[in-house]
Write a protein that binds this ligand. Structure first.
Ligand SMILES: Nc1ncnc2c1ncn2[C@@H]1O[C@H](COP(=O)(O)OP(=O)(O)OP(=O)(O)O)[C@@H](O)[C@H]1O
Ligand SMILES: [Mg+2]
Length: 228
């Protein structure tokens, strides 16, 4: 990665959904720069496009206009394989609802993305165990997600997002599904991991107290990103 390029940059990003009632413009020229090591809170009312923005930033979807740059590379110019490689190696994504694979154990959920990225099984298992232990999950490695609490499931999801040592962490209300106390704890752990590894992060939250713990806040207004 070039030193001068921000890990993540959105330039004039547009996204419209086609609905029965016609076209719904959600993003209308969203600009955002995420600097290395910067943690940005995305706080905006429901339905304004937070998840849409995160999915585009995470290369899970393609914009209808504008461009997403990852470490200076225009994602729109990449093949599907190129985008997948970036998604796998450079970007970690945490969903509101964990999205863990229910038929696999916690450890396997953290191992699998590493195998997909070409890491040897033994090394992948060691890293998964270290990450899970770091999130207080020692002894839970062999539990399936359904046998873990909501907070534990989100910790596994965070460990999975960090498994391939990404440069960017995107999280869509990662603790929105947890009770207030658990949300605070899991959020602290997420922030500590992101800061400890010097990641650039964009984290959507509805909680102003959690947003205040980050470096700055942005919001969405009329489909654009503005300082919050
Ligand atoms: N696949 C889709 N098809 C049609 N409309 C969609 C689709 N996905 C999202 N939308 C619409 O786009 C708008 C933005 O949705 P989005 O999920 O990005 O909002 P959000 O800010 O994440 O909301 P929340 O805080 O409730 O999660 C909403 O009006 C939503 O109904
Ligand atoms: Mg959302």
């Amino acid at each position: 990665m070039s030193e001068t390029e921000a890990p993540l940059r959105l330039a004039g990003v547009e996204r419209r959904y086609r609905t029965e009632a016609g076209e719904l413009p959600v993003l209308r020229g969203a600009d955002l720069v995420l600097a290395a090591g910067e943690i940005v809170a995305l706080v905006a009312p429901s339905g304004t496009g937070k998840s849409t923005l995160l999915h585009l930033a995470g290369l899970l979807e393609r914009p209808d206009g504008g461009e997403v740059f990852v470490a200076g590379r225009a994602a729109g110019t990449l093949s599907d394989a190129g985008r997948t490689a970036i998604r796998r190696g450079t970007i970690g994504f945490v969903y509101q609802f964990h999205h863990l694979l229910p038929e696999f154990t916690a450890e396997e959920n953290v191992v699998l993305p590493q195998l997909a990225a070409g890491v040897a099984r033994g090394a992948a298992r060691d890293r998964a165990r270290a990450l899970l232990a770091g999130f207080g999950l020692r002894g839970r490695e062999h539990h399936a997600p359904g046998r873990l609490s909501g907070g534990e499931q989100q910790r596994v999801a965070i460990a999975r997002a960090l498994a391939n040592r990404p440069r960017i962490l995107l999280a869509d209300e990662p603790t929105g599904n947890l009770d207030v106390g658990t949300a605070g704890l899991v959020f602290e752990e997420l922030l500590a991991a992101v800061r400890g590894q010097g990641l650039a992060a964009l984290i959507a939250t509805h909680n102003p107290e959690l947003a205040a713990r980050m470096d700055r806040t942005v919001t969405l207004r009329d489909g654009r990103v503005v300082e919050g």
